[in-house]
Design a protein around this ligand. Structure first.
Ligand code: 4AD
Ligand code: MG
Length: 436
């Protein structure tokens, strides 16, 4: 008999179906066993009545959590069910009867759950988060695919640093040559943008972040568009359009998951264009005013990078994502274009998400001048040999161009309204976590 998925049961009311999956949870009361059956697409209550078939009833009673099983039964409407249906069980085929599944419905600590991440992803909430992640990625891909961007993925083994040398993971590349895991596909995107006009990369990126925060992973996925003949202002527009597309898609396709996560969706529904665009100096002033009013502990000094409380404070002033641009060049990467009228500012942009989620987009305009970049490589102590190919992009048809990167996990955490990015990726990698 053909397999029916839980997500499709509402289209089979009154019919006999075959479900293949696992036992999520169970309870029994005298003559009835209620199996919470899951198959990855959803959870449905399957009811086994002793009076129907005693053997099937005994089988049902013997099943432990996460046993694998095939259920045959009839689909009935049920008003109390979250999905509107339940299944009247006729037959059960046990594939594996499991006892002592490590994750029980009781409270477990996060460390224990993270150690059992390979099993934890089966649970309702984790499942919902990862489905939202899927939709964030789908929305982002559709957005770029539908707007004339060519997907041109960039290498993971790289010969040089993009985002500073302090967070590089070094890899032994056949003994004599050193390689690093990519921190960002940006430098290569600059080459593909010159080839295609508009390109994007989407892949894993790596940072040897020694900080143990709720926003940092050592391996995370980044989507990075790059556009020839575009300015940092164009990137704020592109970032705004992309974020709106993501928010709307998640709201449209993931209502059930957001409900499971008890996400307050009104804050997502309220997100609309335009996002405020704040000059760094104005952001600094806002932070200093905040300190004067006693709303911020730290008194922010011009020239620094925002800390998590600063980012939270700034985005709280608006209740929607806010762009900050014109960062001090001294705290930015070697590749940034500077403001021609005031070169102490780099034409960088960050997008700060609301509700304390902090920076989710970082990017800006790239330096177009060969001489300036050569100086910058020296000033940043970067080995010029490794960047010769990059300098070629300024030798042969250099144009103003810009791009950005968005971390998928930070965006997903924000969509889900969850505390920590570690739950937004199937198998997180962090300072103290390389398992499972
Ligand atoms: O601001 P970042 O470092 O920018 C770049 O890497 C640019 N080269 C991208 C570009 O212009 N093509 O990182 C971009 C985004 C951040 O805003 C954040 O969302 C995410 O990547 N990110 C991290 N996410 C999780 N864990 C980390 N350790 C992250 N570091 C950055
Ligand atoms: Mg950044």
């Amino acid at each position: 008999m053909k397999q029916t998925y839980v997500s499709d049961l509402k289209n089979h009311i009154g019919e006999e179906v075959t479900l293949k999956g696992w036992l999520y949870n169970t309870r029994s009361s005298g003559k009835l066993v209620f199996l919470q059956f899951r198959d990855g697409t959803g959870i449905v209550q399957c009811v086994v009545f002793k009076g129907n078939d005693e053997a099937v009833f005994e089988k049902a009673k013997s099943l432990g959590q996460e046993s694998s099983l095939i259920v045959r039964g009839t689909v009935k409407t049920d008003d109390r069910s979250a999905i509107g249906v339940e299944v009247d069980v006729k037959e059960i085929e046990i594939i594996q009867n499991v006892h002592e599944y490590p994750i029980t419905p009781k409270e477990h600590g996060t460390e224990f759950l993270m150690d059992n991440r390979h099993l934890w992803i089966r649970s309702k909430k984790q499942n919902a988060v990862l489905k939202v992640r899927h939709t964030v990625i789908k929305a982002v891909r559709d957005f770029f695919d539908n707007n004339g961007f060519i997907l041109a993925d960039t290498p993971i083994f790289t010969p040089a640093a993009c985002e500073g040398t302090t967070t590089l993971f070094e890899v032994d590349y056949f003994g004599d040559e050193k390689a690093y895991l990519t921190q960002s596909g940006q430098l290569y995107n600059e080459a593909t943008a010159a080839a295609f006009g508009k390109s994007y990369a989407f892949g894993p990126t790596f940072r040897a972040e020694k900080s143990k925060t709720r926003r940092h992973l050592t391996e995370f996925w980044m989507v990075e568009p790059e556009v020839a003949y575009a300015s940092y202002e164009d990137m704020m527009q592109l970032g705004e359009d992309m974020i709106l597309a993501v928010v709307q898609r998640v709201l449209k396709d993931r209502q059930e998951e957001l409900k499971t996560l008890e996400r307050d969706t009104t804050v997502l529904e309220a997100i609309s264009a335009p996002f405020p665009r704040l000059h760094y100096d104005d952001a600094v002033k806002m932070l200093q005013d905040g300190h004067a009013k006693g709303e911020l502990e730290n008194n922010f000094e011009w020239g620094g990078d925002f800390g998590a409380p600063d980012e939270t404070y700034l985005s709280n002033q608006f209740g929607k994502p806010v762009f900050v641009h014109h960062f001090p060049a001294a705290i930015k990467g070697f590749y940034f274009e500077v403001d021609k009228d005031d070169p102490k500012y780099a034409l960088g942009i960050d997008l700060l998400a609301p509700e304390g989620y902090g920076e989710i987009i970082g990017g800006g305009e790239r330096a177009a001048s060969l001489d300036y970049l050569i100086e910058q490589l020296e000033a940043h102590n970067l080995p010029r040999e490794s960047f010769e190919w990059y300098l070629d992009l300024r030798r042969y048809g250099s144009v103003p161009h810009s791009g950005f990167g968005m971390g998928i996990e930070r965006c997903t955490a924000w969509m889900c309204g969850i505390e920590h990015v570690r739950e937004t990726i199937p198998f997180p990698r962090m300072l103290y976590r390389l398992k499972p």
